[in-house]
Design a protein around this ligand. Sequence first.
Ligand code: ASN
Ligand code: ZN
Length: 332
Amino acid sequence: WQGIENGTGNTQYSGQVTLGSAQSGSSYNLTDTARGNHKTYNLNRATSGTGTLFSGPDDVWGNGQPSNLETAGADAHYGAALTWDYYKNVHGRSGIRGDGVGASSRVHYGNNYVNAFWSDSCFCMTYGDGAGNAKPLTSIDVAAHEMTHGVTAATGNMTYSGESGGLNEATSDIFAAAVEFHANNAQDVGDYNVGEKIDIRGNGTPLRYMDKPSKDGSSKDSWYSGIGSIDVHYSSGVANHFYYMLSEGSGAKVINGVSYDSPTSDGLPVTGIGRDKASLIWFKALTTKFTTTTNYAAARTGTLAAAGELYGTTSPEYNAVAHAWAAVNVGA
Ligand code: ASN
Ligand code: ZN
């Protein structure tokens, strides 16, 4: 007999949270029966296989400290639940493939592994524990980023190289921000930075910035011919910047205590339409316009078409999409 349980997670990044769990006999396990039976496994430093499903005699997971092996499991399980809820509640999508089937998470991958990744072959996300200052990669935005790679693979499936690769990466950063804002967790407030909880560089800075991607020293704020030959985590900057600009507009701004200042490539101001509308436009473009070969010019066309269908081609939203692309040097 397996019953639906609501466990308690003591996470590292999000405080005490409710986790979907299941009971089997006298033991509980991290199977989220309300979200497609998403399961979270402990790899215990292995780099292959499934590991062991987190299970135990009580329904309390982790203690907020990374030294407790359940803590990373609690964070990963929570991030997957928030991402599931975001796609379901905001976009009406049930699971990564839209078929109601949950994925799985694996934590404690390898030794000193400072990354996380999605894999279509296991339909799973995998998280390293970090090394040095870099903390476990199990924050909400990283979970949403990786899970969104699964959504992209099931929809637009933009090829992971060249400009399409940048758009694939940006899609993960865009919905990472959207999930983090939507979650509204008191200890991990929404922001337009990526990986700010991890301290991946060891100097307290985020991995990426969406208001001005070049702040990381490598990402690009605006399109130029040849951007398709740089790493997809840097060419993504153009679309991340577009999404920030479309949501918030140009100029200085403070949101949830974080300061932003977004430059425009054409010098013309942009009025934002808000994150919710920007996310609906990007999701519609991803799921109905983007393909394996979508480049920046096609992303412009696709998002304009999506905005036209959602709001009309004479709407402020449609015009804002055009202005935001112009601000990142993706023109007609
Ligand atoms: N964390 C990285 C990403 O999701 C892993 C990779 O480069 N594939 O983009
Ligand atoms: Zn990625």
